[in-house]
Design a protein around this ligand. Structure first.
Ligand code: PEP
Ligand code: MG
Length: 890
């Protein structure tokens, strides 16, 4: 139940807690650690079951205390050389600052007098005593901290001093007495003079702090099981504030920002550990340590190195020097930036500390995004003014602009701009392209701004509901704060936080270690990784980031530019077939040029072109603004042809309006009703492919039919594709190996995959729409209306649009893969929704024996690493490898 630091074997932190386990480990390693013992988590669980500390546990505490007195040569509660204790909670999972600690336990009037003598410092002894009474009163009796603060203020005022340090002995003694009186009054007792009773009450209170509201909230937030309980470490106090030969500090064994191998940290002479953290005095850099403590320097360095070697990871080490003697108080894995994590893991492989596999398993793939984008300098402390949905990673600072004119103005003056809007539409594309970052009050991760800006690799925050954007008077109101056009703001699209002013940013650096880690991942992974690419420029970037093909080219994105939209609009508006034909031809030319350039970059890698997906009205301006414009024209007396044109336009927009566009005329339905659009797109693909074939490059186009639900839709669409492909190839006398497949985004397609599979060469899962359709919720509506309530209430554990829903969506995918492959063993299967780079999704794809995942460009490194980790973990837990090894050649 109770273990001396020196007596425990290789026990896990489950019983000892992280703090206890670290102290035991350091003691075993022969490092100077103040003596102490751990009361295990077993005792905590029993404490909560019975409502009191088991008698046997307390007997063992007494026994270990005897051992502690022997080891230290001090006496608990002794008037001569008193042993003082720290009593700290320490769970087996990190819960920083969530539970309680009592310091200087064992003090009473006699022991305080003893401490004054042995330390030769009465002021120090009185200060310890005063702090102990307050600490004990707060933790054991729940006395409000403000009451103690009031007493302190009163005494300082009476003594006429500003700072507590300037109080003389008489006043310090008075403080002790007043604090003791307060505790007596508030608790119906006072800190007992009997140190054993102090210890019993302290252990009770520290155990109880496991159930404190903030600890419970923290566990709920981080899904830490409530039954674990906490351990309690009881340790002899050491003091870093006994003079200039004493100090306290905190070091890490490598630089936590860059990962460089050098001791990094700070300390304060004549201070306690808390003073270093609180920042009341400016600490000294660790490079001064050699000067200040020449006798300790060598041991200190060697001990830190030994700790890192033993733990096989970068450590954060807390130390105290008491009158020239060095003590280690804690050693734990240190936090680090993503860039540092990569460098440290790769260098540790080279130093022979860890194998490559472990390096890959140590890096969380989602943190790699950080490395590829500018990020907020981690050394800067800044408070955000609002928080929204982190929709595209990276950070940017710039002047607030509300439209593309504002963004244009900023560009002309050479300044960066952040486009702030309620939401964005296709009208805003130029503004989006000009701004360095985008912030919207509404929307989610798949709203227009998010998808477009993510594709551009720039930061974006959507759904920032605290914003009240008023484009008329050019302000954004956030609570009491008014931000005006041209004010500077910073957005962090990785966390969703918005800051006032220009916060210092750090540049993305793709280090040699980053490349090396990914090359290890590529060697080991079996799942292929493709990119979602909409433009030729994106294709080149995708190859640079290691894409093995294009898994999704959203062809409609190619028309969402200011210069092309008018042609699409004219095509939609055309009354006569010939006119429509003319516009379709123009679009075909644009497509063909883009496709050709994509092929020139991707060469023999597969490229999946998705046929036009969204409803046609998405290419048109919002109905409200079209109607408004017609009304304005009328009110201004404009009539005749001009007004008629606007009214025809309004009627067309109205005729395309749907009650529920998410489930309306979109995906393959659009091409089935308007086969000329499919013909135009497929012609462009094969014209480009044949041109490449003539140059001797065997490109591999794959045509993907979106949003199918029924096999007959597939048959129809496929017939058009095959007919056009044959025609174009025959025309050029060329032969191009191509594939036709479906994007599975509708549950019915997954459930009838065995009917669809014989008709196609590949399946790709579109988890964005598949999630929406499986849950029956549109993402934008869910995120703006009820999803966060669901998450708060625990109705849903995760946002299924961020975290892949294994139980529902995953099950549909599992069924589709299984029944699809049964009837078509050569089926190539991929996944191209936003979830594609997430580890949970990648793991399932790997386990199902799928062929590839396809994600946005900046997520490629995360996908490559996730695929390697999936392979490593599946091999480790004995999941059999996929039954058939599918190649990607149709
Ligand atoms: C999907 O739905 O997952 C998909 C890839 O299509 P989009 O995101 O374009 O709707
Ligand atoms: Mg979709």
């Amino acid at each position: 139940m109770v273990v001396l630091f020196g007596d425990c074997g290789e026990e896990t932190h489950d019983r000892l807690g992280l703090k206890g386990a670290s102290l035991c480990m350091m003691t075993r390693a022969g490092l100077p650690v103040p003596h102490g013992f751990v009361i295990t988590t077993d005792v905590c669980r029993e404490f909560f079951e019975r409502g009191e500390l088991p008698a046997e546990a307390f007997r063992q505490v007494g026994e270990k205390l005897g051992a502690l007195e022997e080891l230290t040569g001090l006496k608990f509660g002794g008037a001569d050389r008193p042993l003082l204790l720290s009593v700290r909670a320490g769970a087996s999972v990190l819960m920083p600052g969530m539970m309680d600690t009592i310091l200087n336990l064992g003090l009473n009037d006699d022991a305080a007098a003893g401490l004054a003598r042995t330390s030769n410092n009465p002021a120090f002894a009185l200060d310890c005593h005063r702090r102990f009474i307050q600490n004990f009163g707060e933790v054991v009796f729940g006395i409000d901290r403000k009451l103690f603060a009031r007493i302190l203020e009163g005494v300082k005022k009476e003594a006429g001093v500003e700072s507590e340090h300037r109080l003389d002995e008489k006043n310090r003694r008075k403080l002790v007495q007043l604090n003791a009186k307060l505790v007596r009054r508030q608790s119906g007792g006072q800190p007992p003079d009997d140190p054993m009773e102090q210890l019993r009450l302290a252990v009770h209170a520290v155990f109880r702090s496991w159930e404190s509201p903030r600890a419970v909230t923290y566990r709920n937030l981080y899904r830490i099981p409530h039954h674990l309980g906490t351990a309690v470490t009881v340790q002899a106090m050491v003091f870093g504030n006994l003079g200039d030969d004493s100090a306290a500090g905190l070091v890490t064994t490598r630089d936590p920002t860059t990962g460089e191998k050098r001791l990094f940290g700070e300390y304060l002479v004549n201070a306690q550990g808390d003073d270093v953290l609180s920042g009341v005095r400016t600490p000294r850099r660790i490079r001064n340590f050699k000067n200040d403590f020449p006798d300790l320097h060598q041991t200190f360095i060697e001990s830190c190195e030994a700790l890192e070697r033993r733990c096989r990871d970068m450590q954060e080490i807390e130390f105290t020097i008491e009158r020239g003697k060095l003590y280690f108080l804690q050693s734990r894995e240190s936090n680090r930036t993503a860039a540092a994590a990569v460098r440290i893991a790769v260098e540790m492989v080279k130093e022979g500390l860890i194998p490559r596999e472990e390096a890959m398993l140590r890096i969380r793939p989602d943190t790699l995004d950080q490395i590829l984008h500018r990020y907020i300098d981690p050394e800067v402390q800044a408070r955000s003014i609002a928080r929204g949905v982190p929709s595209s990673p990276g950070a940017a600072s710039g002047r607030v602009v509300f439209d593309q004119e504002g963004a244009e103005r900023a560009r002309q003056t050479g300044e960066d701009a952040i486009l702030v809007r309620n939401e964005t539409t296709t009208e805003d594309v130029r503004g989006l392209a000009l701004a360095q970052g985008v912030l919207t009050a509404r929307g989610g991760k798949t709203s227009h701004a998010a998808v477009v800006v993510r594709g551009m690799g720039k930061p974006c925050i959507t759904g920032c509901e605290a914003l009240n954007v008023n484009t008329n008077n050019r302000t954004v109101v956030i609570g009491e704060l008014v931000v005006r056009e041209d004010d500077l703001i910073t957005i962090d699209g990785s966390t969703g936080r918005v800051f006032l002013g220009a916060i210092p940013l750090r540049k993305a650096v793709v280090s040699p270690e980053f490349r090396e880690l990914l090359s290890w991942a590529d060697e080991i992974r079996t799942l292929r990784v493709r990119a979602n690419v909409d433009t030729p420029e994106d294709a080149a970037r995708a190859v640079a980031f290691g894409a093995e093909g294009v898994g999704l080219c959203r062809t409609e994105q190619m028309f969402m530019t200011a210069d092309r939209l008018p042609t699409v609009r004219s095509m939609i508006m055309a009354e006569k077939d010939a006119e429509r034909e003319r516009h379709l031809n123009a679009l075909q030319k644009m497509h063909m040029q883009d496709f050709l350039e994509i092929f020139e970059t991707m060469l023999e890698r597969p490229v999946t072109f998705r046929l036009l997906d969204p409803p046609l009205h998405e290419f048109l301006p919002p109905l409200d603004s079209v109607l408004m414009e017609a009304a304005v024209m009328r009110s201004q007396g404009i009539a005749g042809e001009e007004l008629e044109k606007q009214e025809i336009f309004a009627r067309k927009v109205m005729s395309l309006k749907e009650a529920n566009p998410m489930l309306g005329l979109r995906g393959c339905r659009l091409g089935i009703l308007n086969p000329e659009i499919t013909r135009m797109q497929v012609t462009a693909i094969f014209e480009a492919a044949c041109a490449m074939a003539r140059r001797g490059v065997a490109v591999r186009p794959e045509i993907m039919i979106p949003f199918v639900g029924h096999v007959n839709e597939v048959k129809r669409a496929r017939a058009v594709i095959v007919e056009v492909a044959d025609y174009v190839m025959r025309k050029h006398g060329a032969s191009v190996a191509y594939a036709v497949g479906v994007l599975i985004e509708v549950p019915r397609a997954a459930l009838t995959a065995d009917e669809i599979a014989p008709e196609v060469d590949f399946f790709s899962f579109g988890t964005n729409d598949l999630t929406q359709n499986t849950f029956g919720m549109s993402r934008d509506d869910a995120e703006s209306k009820f999803l966060y309530f669901y998450l708060d209430q625990g109705i849903l554990e995760d946002n299924p649009f961020d975290a892949f829903d294994e139980k529902g969506v995953g099950r549909l995918i599992g069924i589709a893969v299984d029944i699809g492959r049964r009837v078509n063993g050569g089926l190539v299967i991929g996944l191209c929704g936003e979830h594609a780079a997430d580890f949970k999704t990648v793991l399932q794809c790997h386990k199902l024996g799928m062929d590839y995942v396809s994600c946005s460009i900046f997520r490629l490194p995360a996908a490559r690493l996730s695929a390697a980790r999936a392979k490593l973990l599946s091999d480790r837990d004995g999941t059999p490898p996929p039954s058939t090894k599918h190649t990607e050649t149709p």
